[in-house]
Design a protein around this ligand. Structure first.
Ligand code: ZN
Length: 419
Protein backbone atom coordinates (compact mmCIF):
# COMPACT_ATOMS: atom_id res chain seq x y z
CA UNK A 1 0.00 0.00 0.00
CA UNK A 2 2.72 2.48 1.05
CA UNK A 3 4.60 1.45 -2.05
CA UNK A 4 1.53 2.29 -4.16
CA UNK A 5 1.10 5.71 -2.55
CA UNK A 6 4.80 6.42 -3.06
CA UNK A 7 4.54 5.45 -6.73
CA UNK A 8 1.47 7.56 -7.29
CA UNK A 9 3.22 10.56 -5.71
CA UNK A 10 6.19 10.12 -8.02
CA UNK A 11 4.03 9.79 -11.11
CA UNK A 12 1.75 12.68 -10.20
CA UNK A 13 4.73 14.96 -9.74
CA UNK A 14 6.57 13.82 -12.85
CA UNK A 15 3.80 13.21 -15.31
CA UNK A 16 1.26 15.68 -14.26
CA UNK A 17 -1.86 14.32 -12.64
CA UNK A 18 -4.00 17.24 -11.45
CA UNK A 19 -3.19 18.73 -8.07
CA UNK A 20 -4.68 21.63 -6.18
CA UNK A 21 -1.43 23.53 -5.52
CA UNK A 22 -1.63 27.05 -6.96
CA UNK A 23 1.23 27.95 -9.27
CA UNK A 24 2.17 31.55 -10.07
CA UNK A 25 4.18 32.24 -13.20
CA UNK A 26 6.02 35.55 -13.30
CA UNK A 27 6.28 36.24 -17.04
CA UNK A 28 8.55 39.03 -18.33
CA UNK A 29 6.67 39.15 -21.63
CA UNK A 30 3.56 37.30 -22.81
CA UNK A 31 2.79 37.00 -26.51
CA UNK A 32 -0.84 36.62 -27.56
CA UNK A 33 -0.68 35.15 -31.07
CA UNK A 34 -4.40 35.71 -31.75
CA UNK A 35 -4.01 39.46 -31.18
CA UNK A 36 -0.38 39.64 -32.37
CA UNK A 37 0.58 41.75 -29.35
CA UNK A 38 2.80 41.51 -26.30
CA UNK A 39 2.06 42.20 -22.63
CA UNK A 40 4.82 43.07 -20.15
CA UNK A 41 5.34 41.78 -16.59
CA UNK A 42 2.33 39.53 -16.23
CA UNK A 43 1.34 37.09 -13.51
CA UNK A 44 -0.43 33.87 -14.46
CA UNK A 45 -2.10 31.97 -11.62
CA UNK A 46 -2.79 28.30 -12.28
CA UNK A 47 -5.03 25.97 -10.30
CA UNK A 48 -6.10 22.42 -11.18
CA UNK A 49 -4.29 22.68 -14.51
CA UNK A 50 -6.24 25.73 -15.63
CA UNK A 51 -5.58 29.47 -15.75
CA UNK A 52 -7.28 31.01 -12.73
CA UNK A 53 -6.09 34.59 -13.11
CA UNK A 54 -3.93 36.45 -15.60
CA UNK A 55 -2.81 40.09 -15.55
CA UNK A 56 -0.31 42.66 -14.32
CA UNK A 57 -1.64 43.62 -10.88
CA UNK A 58 -2.38 40.20 -9.48
CA UNK A 59 -1.48 39.42 -5.88
CA UNK A 60 0.30 36.07 -5.57
CA UNK A 61 -1.24 33.93 -2.79
CA UNK A 62 1.38 33.20 -0.08
CA UNK A 63 1.09 29.42 -0.52
CA UNK A 64 1.61 29.53 -4.30
CA UNK A 65 4.58 27.86 -5.92
CA UNK A 66 6.37 30.58 -7.90
CA UNK A 67 7.96 29.95 -11.29
CA UNK A 68 10.12 32.86 -12.37
CA UNK A 69 10.07 33.39 -16.14
CA UNK A 70 10.65 37.13 -15.86
CA UNK A 71 13.65 36.96 -18.20
CA UNK A 72 11.72 35.01 -20.86
CA UNK A 73 8.86 35.40 -23.30
CA UNK A 74 5.84 33.22 -22.64
CA UNK A 75 3.24 32.13 -25.19
CA UNK A 76 0.66 29.36 -25.69
CA UNK A 77 2.06 25.86 -26.41
CA UNK A 78 2.60 24.94 -30.06
CA UNK A 79 0.24 22.68 -32.00
CA UNK A 80 1.22 20.28 -34.79
CA UNK A 81 -1.93 19.37 -36.72
CA UNK A 82 -0.41 16.50 -38.72
CA UNK A 83 1.92 14.02 -37.02
CA UNK A 84 2.76 10.32 -37.38
CA UNK A 85 4.46 9.59 -34.07
CA UNK A 86 3.79 5.84 -34.36
CA UNK A 87 5.41 5.52 -37.79
CA UNK A 88 9.07 5.50 -38.72
CA UNK A 89 11.87 3.10 -39.44
CA UNK A 90 14.34 1.90 -36.89
CA UNK A 91 17.88 3.22 -37.28
CA UNK A 92 18.92 -0.40 -36.92
CA UNK A 93 16.67 -1.74 -39.70
CA UNK A 94 18.49 -3.77 -42.32
CA UNK A 95 17.05 -2.07 -45.37
CA UNK A 96 18.28 -4.61 -47.99
CA UNK A 97 16.61 -2.58 -50.72
CA UNK A 98 13.17 -2.82 -49.08
CA UNK A 99 10.89 0.13 -49.81
CA UNK A 100 10.78 2.73 -47.01
CA UNK A 101 7.02 2.41 -46.55
CA UNK A 102 7.17 -1.38 -46.42
CA UNK A 103 9.67 -1.03 -43.58
CA UNK A 104 7.12 1.04 -41.65
CA UNK A 105 4.50 -1.69 -42.17
CA UNK A 106 6.86 -4.45 -41.06
CA UNK A 107 7.20 -2.92 -37.60
CA UNK A 108 4.79 -4.63 -35.18
CA UNK A 109 2.26 -2.57 -33.24
CA UNK A 110 4.08 -3.05 -29.92
CA UNK A 111 7.21 -1.47 -31.37
CA UNK A 112 5.16 1.31 -32.95
CA UNK A 113 3.54 2.20 -29.62
CA UNK A 114 7.05 2.51 -28.17
CA UNK A 115 8.10 4.72 -31.07
CA UNK A 116 4.97 6.79 -30.44
CA UNK A 117 5.80 7.17 -26.76
CA UNK A 118 9.36 8.32 -27.47
CA UNK A 119 8.26 10.69 -30.24
CA UNK A 120 5.45 12.10 -28.06
CA UNK A 121 7.98 13.11 -25.40
CA UNK A 122 10.24 14.65 -28.05
CA UNK A 123 7.34 16.71 -29.41
CA UNK A 124 6.47 17.95 -25.90
CA UNK A 125 10.11 18.82 -25.14
CA UNK A 126 10.26 20.98 -28.28
CA UNK A 127 7.17 22.93 -27.21
CA UNK A 128 4.25 21.05 -28.83
CA UNK A 129 1.58 20.71 -26.15
CA UNK A 130 -1.04 19.37 -28.60
CA UNK A 131 -0.73 17.21 -31.71
CA UNK A 132 -3.21 15.72 -34.16
CA UNK A 133 -2.19 12.21 -35.19
CA UNK A 134 -2.93 11.64 -38.88
CA UNK A 135 -3.00 7.84 -38.92
CA UNK A 136 -0.37 5.37 -40.14
CA UNK A 137 -0.19 4.12 -36.59
CA UNK A 138 -0.96 0.43 -37.09
CA UNK A 139 -4.06 -0.80 -35.31
CA UNK A 140 -4.85 2.25 -33.13
CA UNK A 141 -1.45 2.57 -31.43
CA UNK A 142 -2.00 6.36 -31.55
CA UNK A 143 -5.16 5.88 -29.45
CA UNK A 144 -3.15 3.73 -27.02
CA UNK A 145 -0.36 6.32 -26.70
CA UNK A 146 -3.02 9.01 -26.12
CA UNK A 147 -4.51 6.88 -23.35
CA UNK A 148 -1.13 6.30 -21.70
CA UNK A 149 -0.46 10.05 -21.72
CA UNK A 150 -3.93 10.90 -20.37
CA UNK A 151 -3.51 8.32 -17.60
CA UNK A 152 -0.16 9.84 -16.61
CA UNK A 153 1.89 6.75 -17.52
CA UNK A 154 4.14 8.66 -19.93
CA UNK A 155 4.76 12.33 -20.72
CA UNK A 156 3.45 13.71 -23.99
CA UNK A 157 1.25 16.30 -25.66
CA UNK A 158 -2.55 16.22 -25.73
CA UNK A 159 -3.31 13.93 -28.67
CA UNK A 160 -6.23 13.97 -31.08
CA UNK A 161 -5.96 10.65 -32.89
CA UNK A 162 -7.22 9.60 -36.33
CA UNK A 163 -6.71 5.85 -35.83
CA UNK A 164 -6.93 3.95 -39.11
CA UNK A 165 -7.05 5.97 -42.32
CA UNK A 166 -10.20 5.52 -44.42
CA UNK A 167 -9.37 5.17 -48.09
CA UNK A 168 -10.41 3.64 -51.40
CA UNK A 169 -9.02 0.10 -51.81
CA UNK A 170 -5.28 -0.28 -51.31
CA UNK A 171 -4.40 2.85 -49.33
CA UNK A 172 -1.11 4.58 -50.01
CA UNK A 173 1.39 1.74 -50.06
CA UNK A 174 2.39 -0.51 -52.93
CA UNK A 175 2.15 -3.93 -51.28
CA UNK A 176 1.63 -7.00 -53.48
CA UNK A 177 -1.62 -9.02 -53.52
CA UNK A 178 -0.30 -11.86 -51.33
CA UNK A 179 0.93 -9.32 -48.72
CA UNK A 180 -2.32 -7.40 -48.41
CA UNK A 181 -2.62 -8.41 -44.75
CA UNK A 182 0.18 -5.92 -44.00
CA UNK A 183 -2.19 -3.10 -44.88
CA UNK A 184 -5.14 -4.29 -42.84
CA UNK A 185 -3.85 -2.75 -39.60
CA UNK A 186 -3.07 0.51 -41.28
CA UNK A 187 -6.20 1.31 -43.28
CA UNK A 188 -9.92 0.75 -43.50
CA UNK A 189 -10.65 0.20 -47.18
CA UNK A 190 -14.05 1.71 -47.95
CA UNK A 191 -15.32 2.12 -51.50
CA UNK A 192 -19.10 1.99 -51.18
CA UNK A 193 -21.27 4.09 -48.87
CA UNK A 194 -22.02 1.06 -46.69
CA UNK A 195 -18.29 0.39 -46.32
CA UNK A 196 -17.65 4.06 -45.55
CA UNK A 197 -20.32 4.16 -42.85
CA UNK A 198 -18.96 0.97 -41.26
CA UNK A 199 -15.36 2.24 -41.37
CA UNK A 200 -16.27 5.51 -39.66
CA UNK A 201 -18.20 3.66 -36.96
CA UNK A 202 -15.33 1.21 -36.42
CA UNK A 203 -12.89 4.10 -35.94
CA UNK A 204 -15.23 5.90 -33.54
CA UNK A 205 -15.79 2.69 -31.59
CA UNK A 206 -12.03 2.32 -31.05
CA UNK A 207 -11.63 5.89 -29.80
CA UNK A 208 -10.60 8.27 -32.59
CA UNK A 209 -11.07 12.03 -32.37
CA UNK A 210 -10.98 12.87 -36.08
CA UNK A 211 -11.65 11.06 -39.35
CA UNK A 212 -8.70 10.99 -41.75
CA UNK A 213 -9.31 10.08 -45.38
CA UNK A 214 -6.92 9.61 -48.26
CA UNK A 215 -8.70 11.05 -51.30
CA UNK A 216 -6.40 10.59 -54.24
CA UNK A 217 -3.29 8.47 -53.81
CA UNK A 218 -4.33 6.10 -56.61
CA UNK A 219 -5.85 6.56 -60.08
CA UNK A 220 -9.29 6.05 -58.52
CA UNK A 221 -10.34 8.78 -56.08
CA UNK A 222 -13.09 9.64 -53.66
CA UNK A 223 -15.65 11.80 -55.51
CA UNK A 224 -17.13 14.99 -54.07
CA UNK A 225 -20.30 12.95 -53.40
CA UNK A 226 -18.35 10.27 -51.48
CA UNK A 227 -16.67 12.96 -49.40
CA UNK A 228 -19.95 14.77 -48.64
CA UNK A 229 -21.27 11.43 -47.35
CA UNK A 230 -18.14 10.93 -45.18
CA UNK A 231 -18.37 14.48 -43.75
CA UNK A 232 -22.05 13.94 -42.90
CA UNK A 233 -21.45 10.60 -41.20
CA UNK A 234 -18.52 11.99 -39.19
CA UNK A 235 -20.49 15.11 -38.25
CA UNK A 236 -23.28 13.01 -36.75
CA UNK A 237 -20.76 11.80 -34.17
CA UNK A 238 -19.29 15.31 -33.74
CA UNK A 239 -16.08 14.58 -35.63
CA UNK A 240 -14.31 16.60 -38.32
CA UNK A 241 -12.71 15.21 -41.48
CA UNK A 242 -9.10 15.77 -42.52
CA UNK A 243 -8.36 14.92 -46.16
CA UNK A 244 -5.03 13.86 -47.64
CA UNK A 245 -5.04 15.42 -51.12
CA UNK A 246 -2.13 15.50 -53.50
CA UNK A 247 -3.81 16.31 -56.85
CA UNK A 248 -5.85 19.26 -58.11
CA UNK A 249 -8.88 17.01 -58.65
CA UNK A 250 -8.54 15.50 -55.16
CA UNK A 251 -8.42 18.93 -53.47
CA UNK A 252 -11.37 20.13 -55.53
CA UNK A 253 -13.48 17.06 -54.59
CA UNK A 254 -12.59 17.42 -50.88
CA UNK A 255 -13.39 21.16 -50.85
CA UNK A 256 -16.73 20.57 -52.59
CA UNK A 257 -17.39 17.72 -50.15
CA UNK A 258 -16.88 20.12 -47.22
CA UNK A 259 -13.94 18.67 -45.24
CA UNK A 260 -12.42 20.67 -42.36
CA UNK A 261 -8.88 20.58 -43.71
CA UNK A 262 -6.86 19.76 -46.79
CA UNK A 263 -3.64 17.98 -45.83
CA UNK A 264 -0.67 18.75 -48.12
CA UNK A 265 -2.61 20.17 -51.10
CA UNK A 266 0.45 20.15 -53.33
CA UNK A 267 -1.56 21.41 -56.32
CA UNK A 268 -4.56 23.66 -55.74
CA UNK A 269 -6.33 25.32 -58.68
CA UNK A 270 -6.95 29.08 -58.25
CA UNK A 271 -10.73 28.64 -58.25
CA UNK A 272 -10.42 26.02 -55.46
CA UNK A 273 -8.25 28.38 -53.38
CA UNK A 274 -11.11 30.91 -53.52
CA UNK A 275 -13.60 28.19 -52.50
CA UNK A 276 -11.34 27.19 -49.58
CA UNK A 277 -11.31 30.77 -48.32
CA UNK A 278 -15.08 31.17 -48.72
CA UNK A 279 -15.88 27.88 -46.97
CA UNK A 280 -13.20 28.45 -44.29
CA UNK A 281 -11.41 25.19 -45.14
CA UNK A 282 -7.94 25.09 -43.61
CA UNK A 283 -4.75 24.09 -45.43
CA UNK A 284 -2.42 21.97 -43.28
CA UNK A 285 0.48 22.67 -45.56
CA UNK A 286 3.20 20.16 -44.41
CA UNK A 287 5.99 21.98 -46.29
CA UNK A 288 8.85 19.49 -45.99
CA UNK A 289 12.34 20.95 -45.64
CA UNK A 290 14.85 19.66 -48.21
CA UNK A 291 16.58 17.43 -45.65
CA UNK A 292 13.31 15.62 -44.80
CA UNK A 293 12.64 15.00 -48.50
CA UNK A 294 16.18 13.62 -48.79
CA UNK A 295 15.43 11.10 -46.03
CA UNK A 296 12.30 10.04 -47.93
CA UNK A 297 14.66 9.05 -50.75
CA UNK A 298 14.81 12.10 -53.08
CA UNK A 299 18.15 13.24 -54.45
CA UNK A 300 19.26 16.80 -53.58
CA UNK A 301 18.13 18.32 -56.87
CA UNK A 302 14.66 16.76 -56.81
CA UNK A 303 14.22 17.57 -53.12
CA UNK A 304 15.05 21.24 -53.73
CA UNK A 305 12.70 21.43 -56.72
CA UNK A 306 9.84 19.86 -54.73
CA UNK A 307 10.47 22.13 -51.73
CA UNK A 308 10.43 25.22 -54.00
CA UNK A 309 7.11 24.14 -55.51
CA UNK A 310 5.63 23.77 -52.02
CA UNK A 311 6.81 27.26 -51.05
CA UNK A 312 5.36 28.83 -54.21
CA UNK A 313 1.92 27.33 -53.56
CA UNK A 314 2.18 28.30 -49.86
CA UNK A 315 2.81 31.94 -50.90
CA UNK A 316 -0.22 31.88 -53.17
CA UNK A 317 -2.57 30.26 -50.65
CA UNK A 318 -1.41 32.66 -47.90
CA UNK A 319 -1.77 35.76 -50.08
CA UNK A 320 -5.34 34.69 -50.97
CA UNK A 321 -6.26 34.66 -47.27
CA UNK A 322 -6.83 30.91 -46.77
CA UNK A 323 -6.34 29.85 -43.14
CA UNK A 324 -3.16 27.78 -42.71
CA UNK A 325 -2.39 25.46 -39.80
CA UNK A 326 0.96 23.83 -39.15
CA UNK A 327 1.55 20.14 -39.83
CA UNK A 328 4.94 18.41 -39.90
CA UNK A 329 3.98 15.01 -41.41
CA UNK A 330 7.34 13.57 -40.31
CA UNK A 331 7.96 9.81 -40.55
CA UNK A 332 11.74 9.89 -40.92
CA UNK A 333 14.70 10.55 -38.67
CA UNK A 334 17.13 13.35 -39.51
CA UNK A 335 20.56 13.34 -37.89
CA UNK A 336 20.98 15.55 -34.80
CA UNK A 337 17.24 16.30 -34.63
CA UNK A 338 14.39 14.89 -32.59
CA UNK A 339 10.88 14.65 -34.04
CA UNK A 340 10.13 17.80 -32.06
CA UNK A 341 13.11 19.93 -33.05
CA UNK A 342 12.65 18.84 -36.67
CA UNK A 343 8.97 19.87 -36.57
CA UNK A 344 9.84 23.32 -35.15
CA UNK A 345 12.43 23.77 -37.91
CA UNK A 346 9.54 23.98 -40.43
CA UNK A 347 9.21 27.65 -39.43
CA UNK A 348 11.96 28.17 -42.03
CA UNK A 349 9.47 27.18 -44.77
CA UNK A 350 7.01 29.85 -43.61
CA UNK A 351 9.78 32.47 -43.37
CA UNK A 352 10.85 31.52 -46.89
CA UNK A 353 7.28 32.09 -48.10
CA UNK A 354 7.49 35.65 -46.72
CA UNK A 355 4.95 35.07 -43.93
CA UNK A 356 5.52 37.50 -41.02
CA UNK A 357 6.25 36.16 -37.50
CA UNK A 358 2.84 37.27 -36.15
CA UNK A 359 1.07 35.03 -38.68
CA UNK A 360 3.56 32.16 -38.24
CA UNK A 361 2.66 32.18 -34.53
CA UNK A 362 -1.05 31.94 -35.44
CA UNK A 363 -0.31 29.04 -37.81
CA UNK A 364 1.44 27.20 -34.95
CA UNK A 365 -1.23 27.97 -32.31
CA UNK A 366 -4.70 29.48 -32.67
CA UNK A 367 -5.34 28.47 -36.32
CA UNK A 368 -4.54 24.86 -35.45
CA UNK A 369 -6.60 25.02 -32.22
CA UNK A 370 -9.65 26.22 -34.18
CA UNK A 371 -9.18 23.49 -36.77
CA UNK A 372 -8.95 20.86 -34.03
CA UNK A 373 -12.08 22.30 -32.38
CA UNK A 374 -10.27 22.90 -29.06
CA UNK A 375 -10.10 26.70 -29.20
CA UNK A 376 -12.29 27.10 -26.11
CA UNK A 377 -9.90 25.08 -23.95
CA UNK A 378 -6.45 25.38 -25.57
CA UNK A 379 -4.42 27.45 -28.06
CA UNK A 380 -4.55 30.78 -26.19
CA UNK A 381 -3.84 31.88 -22.62
CA UNK A 382 -7.23 32.90 -21.26
CA UNK A 383 -8.83 32.51 -17.85
CA UNK A 384 -10.55 29.13 -17.49
CA UNK A 385 -8.46 27.42 -20.18
CA UNK A 386 -5.93 24.62 -19.68
CA UNK A 387 -2.53 26.13 -19.01
CA UNK A 388 -0.48 24.94 -21.98
CA UNK A 389 2.42 27.33 -22.34
CA UNK A 390 6.03 27.58 -23.41
CA UNK A 391 8.83 30.07 -22.83
CA UNK A 392 11.53 31.23 -25.22
CA UNK A 393 14.63 33.36 -24.62
CA UNK A 394 13.52 36.09 -27.05
CA UNK A 395 10.30 37.64 -28.27
CA UNK A 396 9.17 35.47 -31.25
CA UNK A 397 7.34 38.45 -32.80
CA UNK A 398 10.77 40.02 -33.31
CA UNK A 399 12.86 36.86 -33.68
CA UNK A 400 10.84 33.83 -34.81
CA UNK A 401 13.99 31.65 -34.65
CA UNK A 402 13.69 31.73 -30.88
CA UNK A 403 10.95 29.06 -31.17
CA UNK A 404 13.80 26.64 -31.87
CA UNK A 405 15.07 27.28 -28.32
CA UNK A 406 12.03 26.54 -26.14
CA UNK A 407 13.34 26.59 -22.54
CA UNK A 408 10.15 25.83 -20.60
CA UNK A 409 7.12 23.66 -21.31
CA UNK A 410 3.94 23.40 -19.25
CA UNK A 411 0.93 21.26 -20.21
CA UNK A 412 -2.31 21.16 -18.19
CA UNK A 413 -0.54 23.33 -15.61
CA UNK A 414 2.26 20.80 -15.09
CA UNK A 415 5.92 21.59 -15.79
CA UNK A 416 7.51 19.15 -18.24
CA UNK A 417 10.63 21.09 -19.15
CA UNK A 418 12.54 23.76 -17.25
CA UNK A 419 16.00 24.88 -18.22
ZN1 ZN B 1 0.74 12.35 -43.30
Amino acid sequence: MIYKIFLSLIFSSIFGLAHTQIIAIKAGKVVDPSAGNILMNQIILIENGKIKEFGSGIVIPPAAEIIDLSASTVMPGLIDAHTHICAGISKFADKLGVDFFDLVLLNPDGYRAIQGSVNAKQMLDAGFTTIREAGNSGKYTDVDVKRAINEGLIPGPTILAAGRIITPFGGQFRTKADKQFLLNNEYLFADTQDEIKKAIRENIFYGVDVIKIVVDSKRYKYSAGDIKYIVNEAQQAGLKVMAHCQTAEGVSNAVTGGVASIEHGWTIPDSTIVQMKNKNIVLVSTDFPVRVLREFGSNEEKAKAAHNRFIERLKKVYSCGVTIAFGSDIMVDVAEETRGTLAVSYIDSFVEAGIPPSDILKIFTINAARLLGIERTRGTLNIGMYCDLIATPDNPLENIETLKKVSFVMKNGIVYKKQ
